[in-house]
Write a protein that binds this ligand. Structure first.
Ligand code: PAF
Length: 291
């Protein structure tokens, strides 16, 4: 695995691979890699011939009171895990390489960011889209794989690619869960033992929504109520939102006749956890892996 920090060298590397007739796959991360990221690498590998993994903790997507400074970082471990999982190139630009000057022009997500996480994290998705657009220019991937845990992010990135004609295919991979159902996230490292014990209530709540849907319930309010009753019983978590929305427009859904995204955000202590499930796409849930 080659490691690059310079955007120009990154682009040259990618263009050289394409010159050899290879498809370039891309996984963008903020590092502190876990099995969820490694599954994205597997998936990129299946869909391409040369896989680039980027690690960059993007200051633009953190609010002033959020966890940019203490976001977990472990570059040596990331390097080892990415190489072992078969990444061909690790792209680790530093802040000066990514933002040589303060970016005045940003990619604005529009109405899609007025729902769910966007409502409580102003500027977050503009920060994500701006860095992802820059990474797409630096890597020029044929396919980029994102995780469905950040469902709103994946939807907004797909929309950016469509609206702004980026020549890249977006692939969205299933959520990878711990054995007790907790969706894998770098931020899980912040959880105290007690918060960690409470955290799987999020996925149990989504299971309850799925069970209500499987039982024939189609009223979105009642599906959400089934999930909420699980969270109401877990006093160690503080609910931020729990909603059923259209998976493309993110508008609140009244009935789940076709597909719906049920998304939840809650705090365990100071740690913000998110999770979601798609109803109506014929799946029974997301794979559980052993940590
Ligand atoms: O999902 C993430 O880790 C980040 O939002 C991303 C896509 C790498 C952009 O910084």
């Amino acid at each position: 695995m080659i490691e690059l920090g310079d955007p120009r060298q990154m682009l040259e590397w990618s263009q050289a691979r394409r010159g050899e007739g290879k498809r370039v796959g891309f996984v963008a991360t903020m590092g502190y890699l876990h099995e969820g990221h490694l599954r994205l690498i597997d998936r990129a590998r299946e869909r391409s011939d040369a896989v680039v993994v980027s690690v960059f903790v993007n200051p633009l997507q953190f609010g002033p009171t959020e966890d940019f400074a203490r976001y977990p970082r472990d570059p040596d471990r990331d390097r080892l895990l990415a190489a072992r999982r078969g990444a061909d190139c690790l792209f680790v630009p530093d802040r000066a390489a990514m933002y040589p000057t303060e970016p005045l022009v940003r990619v604005e997500p529009g109405a899609l960011a007025t729902h769910l996480c966007g409502r409580v994290r102003p500027g977050h998705f503009a920060g994500v889209l701006t860095v992802v657009a820059k990474l797409f220019h630096m890597v020029e991937p044929d396919v980029a794989v994102f995780g469905r845990k950040d469902a709103q992010q994946a939807i907004i990135i797909q929309r950016m690619v469509t609206d702004l004609d980026f020549p890249v295919a977006i692939d969205v991979a299933p959520i990878v869960r711990e054995a007790d159902g907790l969706a894998m996230s770098s931020r899980n490292a912040y959880l105290s033992a007690e918060e960690r014990e409470a955290a799987p209530a999020l996925s149990r709540a989504l299971d309850a929504a799925h069970a209500a849907f499987d039982g024939g319930e189609r009223d979105a309010g009642r599906i959400v109520a089934a999930a909420r009753s699980v969270l109401d019983a877990e006093h160690r978590l503080r609910l931020e939102y729990l909603e059923a929305v259209d998976p493309e427009t993110l508008q609140p859904a009244a009935a789940v006749d076709a597909r719906a995204l049920v998304a939840v955000a809650a705090y365990g202590g100071e740690t913000r956890l998110i999770d979601n499930v798609i109803l109506g796409d014929g799946t029974a849930g997301d794979p559980r892996v052993r940590a």
